[in-house]
Design a protein around this ligand. Structure first.
Ligand SMILES: [Zn+2]
Length: 172
């Protein structure tokens, strides 16, 4: 979909203490895409299909170019990331990574449609990789409603499940 784009994903486990179940996508200084998972997310997931769907969803954010599209509205998130990094006692590189994470979180306050796009493309990626996105998306049936969560601006779970079902129906 994006010839020439850097899709050499670096996958990290973000084990700063106290983080809620979450996955995110960000970029390092060179533009290399990073996908992060918190340990709490692994504990909340029940099978390989759920993990594959979370991974493909985050990869889809990068492939769709969502971060560059929303970067201008992310200033508040960058400030948040700086504070987060200092609280966590990270070195300069770590603070920079936290700034990127903060920017992503800030940006996503405005991007429910981006989440649904990433669910749709993520479902296609997981399907092609041999996983079942219809099983994978079941994670959202169990997850508490987005209003209660750290990333409280995600779309309603029912919308996400419907988008995946429609995508799979078109792809099979
Ligand atoms: Zn997302």
């Amino acid at each position: 979909m994006r010839p020439g784009a850097n899709c050499d994903f670096r996958i990290i486990v973000d084990d700063r203490p106290g983080l809620p179940p979450n996955a995110y996508q960000t970029l390092d200084k060179s533009g290399r895409p990073i996908i992060g998972f918190t340990p709490a997310l692994f504990e909340a997931m029940r099978n390989r299909d759920e993990l594959a769907f979370a991974l493909s969803h985050e990869a889809a954010h990068h492939i769709e170019g969502h971060i560059p599209q929303v970067q201008n509205s992310a200033t508040a998130g960058v400030i948040f990331g700086t504070i987060l990094g200092r609280l966590a006692g990270l070195d300069a590189g770590g603070v920079e990574a936290a700034q990127n994470i903060g920017g992503t979180i800030g940006a996503r306050r405005f991007s429910k449609n981006f989440e649904l796009e990433a669910d749709s493309l993520g479902a296609r990626i997981a399907l092609r990789a041999g996983y079942d996105p219809l099983v994978g998306v079941q994670y959202f049936q169990r997850a508490s409603d987005p209003g209660d969560q750290f990333l409280g601006t995600h779309p309603p779970n029912a919308d996400r499940i419907r988008v995946v079902q429609q995508t799979v129906a078109r792809s099979r």
